[in-house]
Design a protein around this ligand. Structure first.
Ligand SMILES: Cc1cc2nc3c(=O)[nH]c(=O)nc-3n(C[C@H](O)[C@H](O)[C@H](O)COP(=O)(O)OP(=O)(O)OC[C@H]3O[C@@H](n4cnc5c(N)ncnc54)[C@H](O)[C@@H]3O)c2cc1C
Length: 396
């Protein structure tokens, strides 16, 4: 086997791995990223693309740690989109400059007072009638409508923007012939790519493989940290109306009843992508039952809306996160040093900048500095992964 030496090997090319690759290269590290399928094709490209500021989690009536950790994220992403942030995302597409929250009827005075409270100042605005998005601009709309300081992004274009500057550093590995070689103390010695007889050696190995991290931990022989899956059953409806809708529908519960985002399809149609409690509670429903439930919810919440040429589909996907004592939501990005590796899950697309901060800080604390220069000529036999196609293209 021939050896390629580098500073960092990043395993997994979703938003977490790609954001980190950009930040690490910027910090002067020699880094290589391995992706076994498609870039962003795990959770990232199937996410709703909302850059949360945490307001959704404040629904329970108090700002939690999640809301605080995440509250900086919209402004950090906005700066990147303007070209003045830590990374240059000027080529990525913003689907909506704001996400909304609406309630069918009155929110009740407790909630209204809460939205007007100091804690949410600058994060939530009331929406005057004349500024309502088209979907809520109807005489029968009676509920409350709030505008959140959160943007919604076209994730494939974000992934592309992160890939572009470091294309030469991103390789497609065959997961079956990739082996983590460790010593008895559990330190990683190399990543072996047996199909091309190459071993990759690094100062640090960083796992950003989403759901795939569980298998990598098993191969490495590490049993802490553990991963949890949070299953979702998402619904997509493709139609030919022009009704861009980006909103959580809230009720008395602590989770949105449904979260709608809208994504352009390649043939000019739009896809409404439906998540929220519909997706969480829908795990036990069959695809037919889930689509029927989604139709029922939309009919009840937005009875005046018509979606011409609507085609419906659902699919199941798991969120991969660090294990919690209960199946509740983890609070912030997670990165843990284990021997000469770092195990990480961003837990939210929005938190990828926070995850990269944590990992660079951990490298700094361990006095890891740029040392190597990988001989890329030894890797010319490795293919390059494509950017994943979104589900609203592949499901229909
Ligand atoms: C339906 C849904 C909606 C969501 N909506 C939002 C939202 O609106 N806003 C938000 O902030 N967050 C959202 N999230 C959460 C967010 O999508 C995830 O937290 C985030 O995308 C995780 O990124 P990641 O890079 O860790 O994982 P992934 O995107 O899953 O990427 C992991 C990558 O690792 C690769 N991989 C796996 N095993 C290996 C291996 N052995 N070798 C090499 N590569 C490997 C996979 O192929 C994959 O490409 C949503 C999640 C879901 C499922």
């Amino acid at each position: 086997m021939q050896t390629v030496n580098t500073d960092l090997i990043i395993l997994g090319g979703g938003i977490a791995g790609l954001w980190l690759l950009n930040r690490a290269r910027q910090a002067g590290f020699d880094a290589l990223l391995l992706e076994s399928e498609t870039l962003g094709g795990g959770q990232s490209v199937r996410s709703q693309g909302i850059i949360h500021g945490g307001t959704k989690y404040a629904l329970s009536g108090a700002l939690t740690q999640a809301s605080n950790a995440i509250s900086d994220m919209p402004s950090r992403w906005r700066e990147c989109l303007r070209g003045s942030g830590e990374l240059d995302l000027r080529s990525a597409n913003v689907l909506s400059d704001a996400h909304y929250m609406w309630s069918k009827g009155s929110l009740g005075s407790k909630m209204t007072t809460f939205f007007a409270s100091k804690a949410l100042k600058g994060r939530v605005d009331d929406v005057p009638e004349q500024d309502r998005p088209a979907v809520f601009n109807h005489k029968d709309f009676r509920g409350g409508l709030y505008k959140l300081n959160e943007i919604v992004l076209d994730v494939p274009s974000v992934i592309q923007a992160l890939v572009e500057p470091h294309k030469d550093r991103i390789f497609k590995n065959n997961a079956k012939s990739t082996n983590i070689r460790t010593n008895p103390a559990g330190t990683i010695e190399a990543i072996e790519l047996s199909d091309i007889s190459i071993e990759l050696k690094a100062q640090r190995y960083i796992l950003t493989a989403g759901e795939g991290t569980q298998d990598l931990l098993a191969q490495w022989g590490i049993d802490q940290p553990k991963m949890q899956r949070r299953p979702l059953h998402m619904v997509v409806v493709r139609h030919s109306a022009n009704l861009p809708t980006f909103a959580h529908c809230i009720s008395t519960g602590s989770k949105p009843v449904v979260t709608i985002t809208t994504h352009p399809a390649s043939n000019g149609e739009q896809a409404w992508y439906l998540g929220g409690d519909l997706a969480e509670s829908g795990v036990k429903r069959s695809p037919e039952q889930q689509v029927a439930e989604a139709k029922k919810i939309l009919k009840k919440l937005l009875p005046w809306i018509e979606l011409p040429n609507a085609r419906w589909a659902s699919f199941r996907i798991d969120r991969a996160e660090p294990k919690q004592s209960s199946l509740t939501r983890p609070d912030s990005a997670f990165a843990q040093v284990v021997n000469n590796g770092i195990v990480s899950w961003p837990t939210k697309l929005a938190l990828s900048p926070d995850l990269a901060d944590q990992i660079l800080q951990q490298l700094n604390q361990q006095a890891i500095v740029p040392l190597e220069k990988a001989d890329l000529s030894l890797l010319t036999d490795l293919p390059r992964p494509e950017v994943a196609e979104p589900v609203w293209e592949t499901l229909f």
